[in-house]
Design a protein around this ligand. Sequence first.
Ligand code: ADP
Length: 150
Amino acid sequence: MSNTSKKIAVFPGSFDPITLGHVDIINRALPLFDTIIIAIGSNATKNHMWSLRDRKIAIETLFKNNDAIKVAAYEGLTATFCKSQGAQFIVRGLRNSTDFEYEQTIAQANDKVNGIDSVFIISNPEYGFISSSIVRDIARNGGDYSKLVP
Ligand code: ADP
């Protein structure tokens, strides 16, 4: 394990766009780590609504006064990105059992293959229904999604 003195976590996601659910997880993860890297993954198979640049600027603007938060974009495996950053942890939010089922095997593989531990934070019931895809649906149809995003 590198950087044993500093606890560095990566919070990976598409953030297309960042929602109040993401912000809640980030705020609750902050006391646990010295640094959290919000990492925007580019997934070639996903169609994005907001450009990588716009998503990155939105997140940077939101957390510009917090030195413990960094924002980065990456391609490929999250675990490889973690190693490049000296991060020992991955933070993920869990909204429901579907999230859990999906995350469990990935977390087990990341631990076994890369020695990276995943830390899960259960969503706040107030935000558990929020997803970026719901925001995109509302946006695509001209609705008001302002109560779901920061
Ligand atoms: P991904 O495409 O990797 O799921 P997302 O941007 O959708 O990326 O989500 C990033 C992380 O944030 C995931 O761990 C996801 O479970 C979590 N998350 C998303 N929305 C919420 C929410 N409303 N409450 C708690 N966690 C959430």
